[in-house]
Design a protein around this ligand. Sequence first.
Ligand SMILES: C[S@@+](CC[C@H](N)C(=O)[O-])C[C@H]1O[C@@H](n2cnc3c(N)ncnc32)[C@H](O)[C@@H]1O
Length: 271
Amino acid sequence: MNRLLFGDNLKWLRDRNIFPDASVDLVYLDPPFNSNANYNVLFKEASGEASQAQFHAFTDTWEWTADVDATYAEFVDNCPNAGVVELIGALKKFLKTSPMMAYLAMMAPRLVELHRILKPTGSLYLHCDPTASHYLRLVLDSVFGVKNFRNEIIWKRTSAHSDPKRWGRVHDVLLLYATAEPYWNPVYQAYDEQYIQDKYRHTDSRGTYRLDNLTAAGTTAGDSCKPEGDGRRTHHVGIAHQTDGQGIGGSRSLQDEALSEGIPEDSNPHH
Ligand SMILES: C[S@@+](CC[C@H](N)C(=O)[O-])C[C@H]1O[C@@H](n2cnc3c(N)ncnc32)[C@H](O)[C@@H]1O
C-alpha cells in the first residue's frame, strides 16, 4: 500500500493507530543534515533553461528556542528508554544549547519512534553526512543498542575535488541499524558486459580492474594498502570495490569472504 502522510512526521509516528509497535519492515530516512543551509526548489523553463522561479523547500539551520527547550524537556521526561535519556543528557552537557544540540533534540524523539515501529526483522537506514553522523551514531547506539549497529556505508557523491582550505567533501554517510534478527535479502547482480568492457580495461593476475582517482598521499599498514603507484579498483561482480592505491584501501579478504559466502560462480565471470 502506498500512502503519503503529510506534515510533521513526529505527529504521525506517535499515532499508534497508524504505526502500531513492530509494524514496519524497513525505514529509510533522509532527514535534514544540520547543513546550516536553506534549500530552495528550482524550476526549469520549458526550454530546459534554469528559471528564476523557485520556492523555499526547507530550512536546515537549527537554533535552541523556547519551543525546542520544551520539546526536549518533554522528551527527556517521557522517553521510555533510560539509555537514550542518559545519552541525550550527556550530549546536552557537552553541546549545551548549540545548533547541533537543537538538531539532535529534533532527531532523537523521531528515532525512538522509528525503533518502536520496526519489526524484529526490520532495518533502519539513516542517511546523513559527516556534519552530524558521529552524534547520530551515538544516539542510534542508545536507541537500538550498540550491538545492533550493522554498517556505516560511505556514499561517494562526487569525484575528488578541492574545497578551499580543507579536504574535498565528497561523501555522505548511511548508518544501518537493525532490531533483533534483520531480514537480509542478498542482492547480487552481474554487471552489464558492455560496462565491464568499457570501464574495466586492465587485467593482471588478480583479475580485471579499472583505474580510479580514489588516491591520497600516505599509506597504511596491511597488504591491501601497499602503494602500487596507481589508483585501481578491482572488479568483483556486484560485491565490493577495492582501491589498492595510495592511502585508501579496501580489504581483499572482504571479497574473499563474500565469495566464500555463496556468490554464484557464474555471476563472477572474471574468476
Ligand atoms: C534532506 S531533505 C530530503 C529530501 C528528499 N529525500 C529528497 O531527496 O528530495 C529533508 C526533508 O525532510 C523534510 N522535513 C524536515 N523536518 C520534517 C518533519 N519534522 N517532518 C517531516 N518532514 C520533515 C524537509 O522538508 C525535507 O524535504
